[in-house]
Design a protein around this ligand. Structure first.
Ligand code: FES
Length: 102
């Protein structure tokens, strides 16, 4: 997929997940300190919107039933151990966030 800038890093605040769409792919963008992460937005449980969830550090809770994810890896940490959402590498180019989608 052609790389695109989805947001400015300065416009994404820690603890405030943000939904972006790249072509038909919905991503949740999160920031922890100066590091930005990108994961698929649809929860592995029943597709809840992770971008509307509560973020605490590297942990992001799905707003529908509370499954917890590690935004660094996309791995579910509770209670759906072994489940995961796709996590994508992120480049910062001239202050812009560029997720690297396959
Ligand atoms: S849909 Fe996310 S916890 Fe159920």
């Amino acid at each position: 997929m052609k790389p695109v800038t989805v947001a400015r890093r300065d416009d994404v605040q820690a603890g405030r997940p943000r939904l972006v769409t790249v072509e038909d792919t919905r991503l949740v963008i999160t920031r922890v300190g100066d590091t930005v992460y990108a994961c698929a937005d649809a929860c592995a449980h029943k597709g809840g919107p992770l971008s509307e969830g509560k973020q605490s550090g590297t942990r992001l809770a799905c707003p529908w039933h509370g499954w917890m994810y590690d935004v660094r890896t996309g791995q579910c940490t509770f209670p759906g151990r072994g489940a995961a959402v796709a996590a994508y590498p992120v480049r910062i180019e001239a202050g812009g966030i560029v997720p690297e989608l396959p």
